[in-house]
Write a protein that binds this ligand. Structure first.
Ligand code: SAM
Ligand code: DTB
Ligand code: SF4
Length: 334
């Protein structure tokens, strides 16, 4: 692509009438990601406003319903049995306790409740039936329900859909090329297979990744390419900044420039205009001003509450104050 002023104006004009595209080329993604920041944020805002309210963010709440002891070796994850992080393992939580947490989240203003389990694959039998009950219960509270349970079979995806599951989270995490540096116990292809089954069952897809794991910018472009060439796009794209957890192989990873988070979010927003782009893990290592830039770049969701799955997250009061400072608000409950 021609990197002249004309080229820039063409792209920016193109984004003024944003249409969903599924044929993004790697070169285009690179070009967008590396635009001068004012152009990038302007283009992202323009696209954002065509599909979303610019003053509103969705509040989601996470709950770890089964914690630790995971057989996968994901290098970033405190829940992998391969790393000694001192995390207390917990078996599958009861339905009542889960629904009490969901109700509390709703009372605090969340509109989406996400249940995470440290499984390689969702189990069959009683545990799975218990998760189905949780999903039904969360939906009955009027919340969107999201689960992340590892790999799924077609049957399991269908059962989750029948229970009313809104979304299934299954991240590609990084580029196909860098993936093997981070995870060796499953393949990129395994991930794509589960995503296909989720889509086929009629559940919306929540799929994104993590930055700050030692990858190159090129790996981020490749991840974005994988996401933005899916048809339809994932309805939800979580962008996580690595939370460096003691005892994981990535604990000493060097911190990245927070503006890379802004660029990643803005590019995701431009490539997938209609999707929710979620400023997910890692907010405690961003200043409030950096988070504000992420909202300008088109992020329209955050996790609310003092804990993600196992690691800390900003307090609700802090987030309310931040949104107040920005003249923004949480998406109201239906
Ligand atoms: N076991 C399931 C799986 O891997 O799909 C679900 C739970 S797993 C904790 C969900 C996602 O959390 C991962 O795909 C990863 O993207 C993200 N995650 C885990 N640890 C993280 C960390 N330390 N920093 C940022 N994101 C993290
Ligand atoms: C996602 O992309 N981020 C969330 C959600 N999907 C499940 C999880 C973040 C986990 C951060 C590490 C932890 O708290 O254990
Ligand atoms: Fe297990 Fe998921 Fe953590 Fe990987 S990210 S170790 S699959 S809980």
């Amino acid at each position: 692509m021609n990197e002249t002023i004309n080229g820039r104006i063409q792209l920016l004009n193109g984004t003024l009438t944003p249409q969903l595209r599924y044929d993004w080329a790697l070169k285009e993604i690179e070009w967008i990601y590396t635009l001068p920041l004012p152009d990038l944020v302007f283009a992202a805002q323009t696209v954002h406003r065509a599909y979303h309210r610019p003053d509103e963010v969705q509040a989601c709440r996470l709950l770890s319903i089964k914690t630790g002891g995971c057989p996968e070796d994901c290098g970033y994850c405190p829940q992998s049995a391969h790393h000694d992080t001192g995390l207390a393992r917990q078996p599958l939580m009861g339905v009542e306790q889960t629904l009490a947490a969901a109700k509390q989240a709703r009372d605090q203003g969340a509109t989406r409740f996400c249940m995470g389990a440290a499984w390689r694959s969702a189990p069959n039998g009683d545990d799975f039936l218990q998760v189905l009950k949780m999903v039904q219960g969360v939906r009955a509270l009027g919340l969107e329900a999201c689960c992340t349970l590892g790999m799924l079979t077609e049957k399991q995806a269908e059962a989750l859909a029948a229970a009313g599951l809104t979304a299934y989270n299954h991240n590609l995490d990084t580029s196909p090329e860098f993936y093997g540096e981070i995870i060796t116990t499953r393949t990129y292809e395994d991930r794509l297979q589960t995503l296909k089954r989720v889509r086929k069952a009629g559940i919306t897809i929540c799929c994104g990744g993590i930055i700050g794991m030692g990858e190159e910018r090129e790996d981020r472009f490749r991840l974005l390419e994988q996401l933005a060439t899916q048809k339809p796009h994932p309805e939800s794209v979580p962008i996580n900044l690595l939370v460096r957890v003691k005892g994981t192989p990535l604990e000493e990873q060097q911190a990245i420039d927070p503006l890379e988070m802004v660029r990643m979010i803005a590019t995701a927003r431009i490539l997938m205009p209609a999707s929710m782009v979620r400023l997910s893990a890692g907010r405690l290592s961003l200043t409030e001003e950096a988070q504000a830039l992420c909202f300008l770049a088109g992020a329209n969701s955050i996790f609310m509450g003092e804990k993600l799955l196992t690691t800390p997250n900003p307090e609700i009061d802090h987030d309310r104050r931040l949104l107040g400072r920005l003249g923004m608000h949480f998406r109201p409950q239906p």
